[in-house]
Design a protein around this ligand. Structure first.
Ligand code: NDP
Ligand code: MG
Length: 389
């Protein structure tokens, strides 16, 4: 029996690579549903190439155009968030890969879990905003949430069902982004073009900017806290410019396990699609002699305050991570539009966090979404009033 896979965000960087991986394993995986926001050209191509029964897009008008273009095939087109939810709850869907960007992944992830569908989760913002809700639902429904993010995939592999009480700490590696060696003055003059040139990974625009500010590592710390139930004092970030060691787990007896490989998202994507099995593929094996040296250094929280803000938000908990995440999203897109300088991204987030009175404890979905909306509005206001946007 083939596994029916639904991909939310199929036209993005992760979505495209996931389809490539599925293409290698057509005997065991079938693409059951695809969702994108507005790129209907690519979505149509994907639907035809994989003979996909269901496709969803963000808006009514786009869905009409897509349906018209696909009238010679039997594909049903769905629309908006309701479309995403319908796709994930379809009785024939076996596994949902959540690879949309931003908070759009939260509700569909919860829906998949409530329908007892295993989730392969690339969308880290879902766990940052709603980690407690998502993991509680996963536990209650006995549904696995398998990480796609390379660091968390590495930790998942190194944990390998070991007793959680034996873990001393999780060590998340990060390349340090394109400005690892930039001075404070240079960081103030960074352009969107320069920030979009990542040294080791090819990714979507939002996450590429997050990598340049180190917010990506901050989001990953919070993501790890929820996925692996380890508190913030035992999650460390280390800069590793070669991106070969994808993350590590230190055990209480002094043993440290790491997962290594070329920086290639197709490996963690395939791992998540087949877990707990491993499958062969034609990817090039890691050749350590050609890498020659692996280096590590501490992150500089003064030049990269986003990482510090993420730890702070995580430790405060409640709605604060959702606020931080939403303010970051607004600030990143404002930077990309040339409205604010690079260093204002962290300043905007810090201001929104300061203004927020967090709902502590475990907020429900409405509480999280309200905090997310509040923060977006607040961030826009802060940008307009104080950062020249
Ligand atoms: P991209 O920006 O490349 O792609 C985003 C995808 O989501 C596109 O298919 C887009 O559609 C779709 N999308 C966005 N909003 C909606 C919505 N409301 N409804 C339906 N579809 C939507 O992002 P990435 O692939 O880089 O990243 C996706 C997620 O995975 C992010 O959360 C990121 O943090 C995470 N991740 C990514 C990694 C990477 O290497 N790229 C590594 C680790 C994690 P359209 O094209 O039509 O706009
Ligand atoms: Mg990552």
């Amino acid at each position: 029996m083939k596994k029916n896979v639904v991909i939310l965000g199929s036209t993005g960087s992760i979505g495209k690579q996931a389809l490539e991986v599925i293409g290698w394993h057509r005997g065991s995986l079938r693409v059951f549903g695809l969702a994108a926001y507005r790129n209907i050209e690519l979505l149509e191509e994907q639907v035809r190439a994989f003979d996909v029964p269901y496709a969803a897009v963000g808006e009514e008008a786009a869905a009409k155009v897509l349906q018209e273009r696909l009238k010679d095939v039997r594909t049903t087109c769905l629309v908006g968030e309701a479309g995403l939810l319908e796709l994930v709850r379809h009785p024939e869907a076996d596994l949902v890969l959540v690879a949309v960007s931003g908070t759009a992944g939260l509700r569909p992830t919860l829906e998949a879990i409530s329908q007892r569908k295993p989730v392969a989760l690339a969308n880290k913002e879902t766990l940052v905003a709603g980690g407690s809700l998502v993991m509680k639902a996963a536990l209650a429904n006995g549904v696995p949430v398998i990480p796609v993010d390379s660091e968390h995939s590495a930790i998942h592999q190194c944990l390998n069902n070991e007793n959680r009480n034996d873990v001393a700490k999780l060590i998340i590696t990060g390349s340090g982004g394109p400005f690892r060696e930039a001075s404070f003055e240079e960081l103030q003059k960074v352009t969107p073009e320069a920030a979009l040139r990542h040294p080791t990974w090819q990714m979507g625009t939002k996450i590429t900017i997050d990598s340049a500010t180190l917010m990506n590592k901050g989001l990953e710390v919070i993501e790890a806290r929820w996925l692996f139930e380890v508190d913030y004092d035992r999650i460390e970030v280390i800069i590793h410019p070669q991106s070969i060691v994808h993350s590590l787990v230190a055990y209480k007896d002094g043993a440290v396990l790491a997962q290594l490989g070329w920086p290639d998202m197709r490996v963690p994507i395939q791992y998540a699609l087949f877990y707990p099995e491993r499958r062969s593929n034609n990817l090039k094996q890691l050749d350590l002699a050609s890498v020659r040296s692996l280096t590590f250094e501490k992150p500089d929280l003064k030049r990269f305050p986003c990482l510090r803000l993420a730890y702070e938000a995580g430790k405060i908990g409640g709605t604060m991570p959702a606020v931080m995440n939403a303010a970051n999203e607004i600030a990143v897109f404002s930077f990309l539009k040339g409205e604010i300088p690079f260093m204002s991204i962290s300043a905007v987030i810090a201001e929104c966090m300061e203004l927020h009175i967090p709902q502590t404890g475990e907020p429900d979905l409405d509480g999280i979404l309200a905090a997310d909306r509040w923060s977006r509005e607040q961030a826009k206001k802060v940008i307009k009033d104080r950062h020249g946007g």
